[in-house]
Design a protein around this ligand. Structure first.
Ligand code: NAD
Length: 417
């Protein structure tokens, strides 16, 4: 399979390979790769000019063996059913890797939210929520934010669901505003989980933080919080940062807070005083201790993997490394912390939010951090030990564990009837 394979094909090939390593029969591999439910909805929305526009949305539920499904909703013009299938499957493995009692799901609506008014977005969200209502719920499938959906969109979904059942159900979605049953710590959760993984990886590799440097691609929610936490909590020197306009480099160290302010004022990290401009491609190849891809998928490929200059790659983004590049990095001795482990802090704090909503009892930020630390540290240790014992890379190790957990749950439950 080449670097350009579609996401669902990549997702299937990963499980096929791991299924063979686990000695699974083809029927079980097929069960692990095919989504349990795929729901496509076409629905009308009245636009601001009075016309009716028909939108297409999806909700794919990949697997229920270990609990209700969990996964985000994406609003994007290029959303496809195939992409949603792959993202749903990756959620199953992510939840199993960190031991959350969930299967994976994902949703999407084909739309261009940047060209829609707030009223149009609200009406579209409420109608989409109504259309998928038969298959979501706090014990069935719990949506969350993803690309171009946020806490406001989650509040509309929560309200639509609640209005239809006749009482408030905060646990139907996560990523809500704090005042509607959201959780402390959700905003930085993905990056905090990543930071705990980097701390463990550096300890395993015998790297000292006083001499360590980090390079972060992408300066959105994950990239900015990762840069801040890697510096403030681990003491790493942040030598390069980037966004979609390009990158900035300063071997003396960048202050992520001040770069964040610069981006807020100017719209980009570019032009930050005292830093040298570099391209996103050059940034990936810088010599550093930790490289954090936190923007797009497929940025480390067979074309550049050989020139990656980091000791550790911490995948903040989903799918930034192609299978071909994985192999090259492994042979170079680079320790890669795979997305389904490294960025699982986000869904872990979503799980905390759901648990708090079901109990109507809320935790402090300190408790969230402690619990997240416990879960990420344990998950990292399991994946690292499996990689060593089976002599495989960390991604294969995480998949061996995750697919193994779901297969075990499936076998214990039995094939119904
Ligand atoms: P975001 O939209 O907040 O930020 C994305 C950043 O990437 C922006 O700074 C943007 O300028 C930058 N970017 C876009 N195109 C780029 C390019 N070509 N080169 C360099 N930078 C580019 O998104 P986010 O929430 O930070 O998510 C980033 C990645 O992390 C995605 O892959 C997402 O699926 C993954 N992820 C996010 C979370 C979460 O909790 N937010 C959880 C798990 C995984």
């Amino acid at each position: 399979m080449g670097d350009q394979a579609g996401p669902y094909q990549v997702a299937i090939s990963q499980v096929q390979r791991v299924g063979e390593l686990l000695g699974l029969d083809q029927g079980m591999i097929d069960l692990m790769t095919r989504p349990k439910r795929e729901f496509t909805v076409n629905f009308p929305v009245t636009m601001d000019d009075g016309t009716i526009k028909v939108f297409t949305g999806f909700r794919v539920q990949h697997n229920f063996a270990r609990g209700p499904c969990k996964g985000g909703v994406r609003y994007h013009p290029a959303v496809t059913l195939d992409e949603v299938r792959a993202l749903a499957m990756w959620m199953t493995w992510k939840c199993a890797t960190v031991g959350l009692p969930y299967g994976g799901s994902k949703g999407g609506v084909i739309c261009d939210p940047k060209k829609m008014s707030r009223g149009e977005l609200e009406r579209m969200t409420r109608r989409y929520a109504s259309e998928i209502m038969p298959i979501i719920g706090p014990h069935v499938d719990i949506p969350a934010p993803d690309m171009y959906t946020d806490s406001q969109v989650m509040a509309w979904i929560m309200d639509t669901y609640s209005m239809n059942v006749g009482y408030s159900v905060p646990g139907v979605v996560t990523g809500k505003p704090l005042s509607l049953g959201g959780s402390e710590g959700r905003e930085e959760a993905t990056s905090r989980g990543l930071t705990y993984c980097v701390r463990e990886a550096m300890a395993m590799a015998g790297l000292r933080s006083s001499e360590a440097t980090a390079v972060v691609q992408g300066f959105g929610n994950v990239g900015w919080n990762a840069a801040r936490l890697l510096r403030d909590e681990l003491g790493l020197k942040i030598v390069a940062l980037s966004d979609s306009s390009g990158g900035i480099y300063d071997p003396a160290g960048l202050d992520p807070v001040s770069v964040h302010e610069h981006k807020r004022l100017t719209g980009s990290v570019m032009g930050y005083p005292g830093a040298t401009s570099i391209t996103n491609d050059e940034l990936l190849e810088l010599d550093c201790t930790v490289l954090v891809p936190a923007a797009l998928e497929n940025v480390i490929t067979s074309a550049n993997a050989d020139r990656i200059g980091a000791r550790i790659v911490a995948e903040g983004a989903n799918g930034p490394t192609t299978p071909e590049a994985d192999q090259i990095l492994y042979e170079k001795g680079i320790l890669l912390i795979p997305d389904i482990l490294c960025n699982a802090g986000g869904v872990t704090v979503s799980y905390f939010e759901w648990v708090q909503d079901l109990q109507f009892l809320f935790w402090s930020n300190a408790e969230i951090k402690n619990r997240l630390n416990d879960i990420m540290t344990y998950a990292f240790a399991r994946v690292y030990a499996t990689a060593g014992a089976r002599e495989v890379d960390m991604r294969t190790a995480a998949y061996l564990l995750a697919v193994g957990e779901v297969v075990q749950a499936t076998k214990l439950r039995g094939i119904y009837p």
